[in-house]
Design a binder for this molecule. Structure first.
Ligand SMILES: [Mn+2]
Length: 493
């Protein structure tokens, strides 16, 4: 059961996104004394089949195209006139037998209304329409999307069509500007991100309640997928679910095809579930860690509370102007201090920080921008360098926070043998480890706690709502309601 229903999606959201891009582009072009008479042209995602077969894979729109146009169908093009702000969609001309196999062939007017654009034409009219729309002199100018995704190292593919040589094309201006537009979110975008978070938070709680030792990891994945789709209309996930138990929790991206969430978990195991539903392209990215039998051991609490303290301290410190590398270091320091308190580590925490010991227990970054992509754009614009040190180099951004950014806070503490053993043998770091205690923890796996935050004018707001304190988790797993029922004077008689 769910208390939620999928909210209507306002197409105005994408019109606002287009206006934001036009404003930024105009400012940029004016400041370099360039004319405003070109058109932005993006090619939407293309339908793909499974290898050589005719099995059509479920289509998900390319993210930049989704951002500007909100189009769910494949094989579109979209243009925006920079000067006037007018938007044009080009839709594929479908063969007659589409109506037999795939449904009604909708008229151009349908797409104009659905997507609230100014004009709609067929893709085969693209040369003529773009040429006519161009108001400048000489060859008509198109701004195409070409640039690096700093998380994947992949390039976005600029629009192409037969006859594009009739146009002047600019491949460098658009990408950094459009990537930056996506960094801060509008209030309409925040509403969708909040819903993706609400339904996914609820699904996490549902899974927590139904878990019992002896189940398979994929049963937790299945329950999550069911809940977000059944009650939230989330046909896609933001990423492949990570449902790790036991020492699988120390495998950071567990859940892939070669490690498909298929272990049977046992009494005494910890679970680490990193799962997020996607609603109208907008992501959520939430991790909960808890004991599968519903009761934390003291060793499990020690690691869990170290991570929770880091999670909460970062959230308390976040506000515009705060640097993300500093937040990562804050989380590292709190985890190291807690491990020292728990007699897992020994020695001076400042010295541990210098030796980058934090990266042994948390090799990934503290968090990343989130929006239409789980790892959203804009982490490393021109002038922001990726740090080189262990741990810090995994950060997907090193920026100062701005109001309107949405960023995950996901500290973790893992006992990863591939990192732990070399660090225990290293001349500079071996002295920090208490071998006897480490022995007790080495098969515990790991803990990650991940919430999605929006940066506000003077702090931040947590969009994720799941039990976090150990006692809250234990209560919910024992059947207590979530969110907790308030018992203030004005609610009870
Ligand atoms: Mn994440």
């Amino acid at each position: 059961m769910s208390s939620l229903t999928p909210p209507p999606v306002p197409m105005e959201l994408h019109a606002v996104n287009r206006r934001k891009l036009c404003d930024s582009l105009r400012r940029h072009l004016s400041s370099s004394d360039r004319p405003l008479d070109g058109l932005v042209l993006l090619q939407g995602g293309e339908e793909k089949t499974r290898y050589c077969t005719d099995h059509a894979e479920l289509f998900r729109q390319e993210s930049y195209f989704a951002y500007l146009f909100g189009v769910k169908e494949p094989d579109f093009y979209g243009a925006i006139d920079i000067g006037s702000g007018k938007s044009i969609l080009f839709i594929p001309r479908l063969p007659e037998d589409y109506a037999v196999w795939l449904g009604e062939i909708k008229p151009l007017s349908h797409f104009k209304e659905t997507y609230m654009v100014d004009m709609v034409y067929y893709v085969d009219e693209i040369i003529q329409v773009l040429s006519e729309q161009f108001k400048g002199t000489g060859k008509p100018l198109l701004y195409l999307l070409h640039g690096l995704n700093t998380d994947s190292g992949n390039l976005s593919k600029p629009a192409s069509f037969e006859g594009i040589e009739k146009f002047e094309t600019d491949l460098t201006t658009l990408h950094p500007i459009l990537a930056e537009c996506r960094v801060t979110k509008s209030s309409l975008e925040l509403q969708l991100l909040q819903f993706a978070n609400d339904i996914s938070s609820e699904a996490h709680v549902e899974v927590m309640r139904r878990v019992t030792p002896g189940m398979k990891e994929y049963q937790m994945e299945s329950m999550f997928l069911h809940h977000t789709y059944m009650y939230g209309g989330c046909r896609h996930c933001s990423y492949t679910c990570i449902c790790a138990t036991g020492d699988n929790s120390a495998v950071l991206h567990y859940g892939h095809a070669a490690a498909p969430n298929d272990r049977t978990f046992e009494d005494g195991d910890l679970a680490l579930l990193d799962m997020g539903g996607e609603y109208h392209f907008y992501a959520s990215d939430i991790t909960c860690s808890f004991p599968v039998n519903g009761k934390f051991t003291s060793d499990q609490s020690l690691i869990y509370n170290a991570v929770l303290k880091a999670h909460n301290s970062v959230i308390s410190a976040m506000k515009p102007g705060v640097n993300w590398v500093d937040m990562h270091k804050l989380a590292e320091r709190i985890i190291l201090e807690s491990l020292k308190k728990g007699s897992i580590l020994t020695g001076d925490v400042d010295e541990m920080m210098v030796e980058r010991l934090g990266a042994v227990f948390m090799p990934h970054g503290l968090g990343h921008f989130m929006g239409i992509d789980t790892h959203d754009t804009g982490g490393y614009p021109m002038g922001v360098e990726r740090p080189k040190e262990p741990g810090l180099k995994s950060l997907r951004t090193a920026r100062d926070l701005l109001e309107g950014m949405v960023i995950t806070v996901e500290p973790g503490c893992y006992f990863i043998k591939a990192l732990l053993i070399p660090a225990m043998e290293n001349a500079k770091t071996s002295k920090f480890f208490n071998r006897e205690t480490i022995e007790r923890f080495k098969n515990i796996g790991g803990v990650r706690i991940e919430s999605d935050l929006v940066v506000t004018a003077n702090g931040c707001k947590n969009m994720t709502n799941v039990p976090r304190e150990t006692w809250e988790i234990e209560a919910v797993m024992a059947g207590a309601p979530w969110p907790p029922v308030t018992t203030g004077n004005n609610t009870t008689k």
